[in-house]
Design a protein around this ligand. Structure first.
Ligand code: DGI
Ligand code: FE
Ligand code: FE
Ligand code: FE
Length: 187
């Protein structure tokens, strides 16, 4: 691991299970970065920090977003979404990491969004398919990610939306927009 100082910070912040998940995301993100010609060092750092805000209480996550966006509206769609945008800001504030690709990859890592950069796609997919995860359909996503990231993304959005709808949960509009974009591009 190139970023040992950050690794320690993350390990101090996260419970063991979440830290293990994070190491899985690092491994998967670096491997995808290699395959698709993306800056591996930067992919490692974004993956390492992607869930940094996850253990913080909801109020703190909302406060972090509101320091930068007066009209925080992620919480309307479920508290689990907040750690992603809040984490993007907290990593900026706490560590002074202002890289826009890292920021955006962390910000959108839960919902996804249309027009993601290659870097964002890699972090989003690494979070979904790291070796510790077991969702229905995940093997298909892992196979697709080796040959076509956009196909893997479409499968991920499809699985996630199906899972949310089956549980009568709201779907964030950016996830729907990303799914629609993926369908249009396929046809
Ligand atoms: O933080 P992680 O557990 O590693 O993963 P994550 O940040 O991708 O969060 C996954 C959770 O987020 C999972 O319970 C599904 C949920 N989720 C993903 N997209 C949406 C969503 N929840 C809502 N309410 N709406 C979404 O669009
Ligand atoms: Fe997350
Ligand atoms: Fe995810
Ligand atoms: Fe994660």
């Amino acid at each position: 691991m190139a970023h040992e100082w950050f690794q320690q910070k993350v390990q101090q912040m996260l419970p063991k299970e979440r830290y293990d998940h994070t190491l899985g995301v690092v491994q998967t993100a670096v491997s995808l970065a290699k395959r698709y010609g993306v800056d591996e060092d930067k992919a490692e750092l974004a993956a390492l920090l992607h869930d940094y805000a996850k253990p913080l209480p909801k109020e703190e996550l909302i406060a972090a977003i509101k320091r930068h966006e007066p009209d925080e509206n992620f919480s309307e769609y479920g508290a689990v979404l907040l750690h992603a945008p809040a984490g993007a800001y907290i990593v900026q504030e706490e560590f002074g990491i202002h890289d826009t690709e890292i920021f955006s990859a962390i910000y959108w890592h839960t919902t996804g969004r249309p027009q993601m950069s290659l870097f964002e796609k890699i972090i989003f997919l690494a979070d979904y398919m790291e070796p510790g995860r077991s969702f229905p359909g995940i093997e298909e996503v892992r196979k697709l990610a080796e040959v076509d990231l956009d196909e893997a993304l479409l499968a991920t959005y499809t699985n996630t939306i199906q899972h949310l709808v089956a549980g009568k949960r709201m779907v964030h509009p950016m996830t729907v927009a990303a799914y629609n974009e993926a369908i249009v591009q396929k046809n």
